[in-house]
Ligand binder design. Structure first.
Ligand code: 1HE
Length: 263
């Protein structure tokens, strides 16, 4: 990591490595519990991504990704404030999901409650063997409020999510990987380096391909089949008529571009 670009966000540690922005949740003493200040720091960070950034990595400093909602801020909140708070989280996690560039989460230790909701708003999740996923909302007397009920069933299914919330079931890294919480499982200590490696790779994709994958693919996947197929055709034709695509395909045909390798 060669350059610290912004120490301005008090609860984030933000660095750049080439075209990758590395965003560290930096409340280790509180296991990166998400208070309003941290959520708003995340919003500011994603809303002002430098132009030359091609991918973002989000990780937790201090051995845990995040212990979820900062429960100490909950005690005084009435129903109206709770509603506004949840909508604020929705706004911020939507910015991550609809980010101009791919966002990759490097997970370790606790990925709990709102921490899991944050992880689910990213596009790729890379897990360390120390990871454990939990939704202790049931035992705390609360409900998910950061988009978890919308995003998590799409990853693991509504019945598995309900079980986690009702019984407090905790999934460890390996099982979590096979169930869809993460797409990658690394050796101990490997999640952040692997996430950065992947980020460097995706930052080299054609910007329009990354745009199509992040913006069009989720819409197509949720659309009716005929609407989805039409959207796919439109997106495909826009992508392949871009000069970047033409250059890359010409490079392949002239044997200047890499081949697909098995494994
Ligand atoms: C916190 C939080 C928190 C830690 N809010 N302060 N999330 C939870 O129910 C998870 C609650 N946390 C835990 O179960 C444990 O802290 C951990 C398993 C994550 C870590 O355990 P450990 O032994 O490493 O640390 P610790 O001693 O429990 O915690 C260290 C400090 O962090 C301690 O504060 P201290 O001042 O006594 O040192 C903890 O109080 C504090 N801390 N987690 C506030 N979450 C939009 S809706 C989303 C709904 C949810 O996210 S529900 C899930 C809430």
């Amino acid at each position: 990591m060669n350059q610290t670009v912004a120490a301005a966000a008090a609860m984030l540690q933000i660095e750049t490595q080439g075209r990758v922005l590395i965003v560290g949740l930096n409340r280790p003493a509180k296991r990166n519990a998400l208070n309003d200040g941290l959520i708003l720091d995340i919003e500011r960070c994603f809303a002002s991504l430098p132009e030359d950034i091609g991918a973002v990595v989000v990780h937790g400093i201090g051995g845990h990704f995040s212990a979820g909602l900062d429960l100490s801020e909950l005690t005084e909140r009435d129903a109206t404030a709770g509603l506004m708070h949840s909508r604020m989280w929705h706004r911020v996690f939507d910015i991550i999901q609809h980010c101009r560039v791919p966002v990759i989460a490097a997970l370790q230790g606790a990925v709990i409650g709102g921490g899991l909701e944050l992880a689910c708003s990213t596009h790729i999740r890379v897990a360390d063997p120390s990871v454990y996923y939990a939704l202790p909302e049931g035992s705390r007397g609360i409900f998910v409020g950061g988009g978890g009920s919308m995003r998590l069933p799409r990853l693991i299914g509504v019945h598995r999510m309900a079980d986690m919330m009702l019984t407090g079931r905790v999934y460890k890294a390996e099982e979590g990987m096979s169930l869809g919480f993460a797409q990658y499982l690394t050796e101990a200590g490997g999640a952040l380096p692997k996430a950065i490696e992947l980020a460097e790779r995706v930052a080299q994709n054609a910007p329009l391909t990354n745009f199509a994958v992040l913006q069009a693919l989720p819409l197509i996947a949720e659309a009716s089949p005929q609407t989805g197929l039409m959207l796919e055709a439109l997106m495909a034709s826009v992508a392949q008529s871009d000069q970047e695509a033409k250059n890359r395909i010409r490079d392949f045909l002239e044997r200047k571009a890499g081949k697909v390798k098995p494994g």
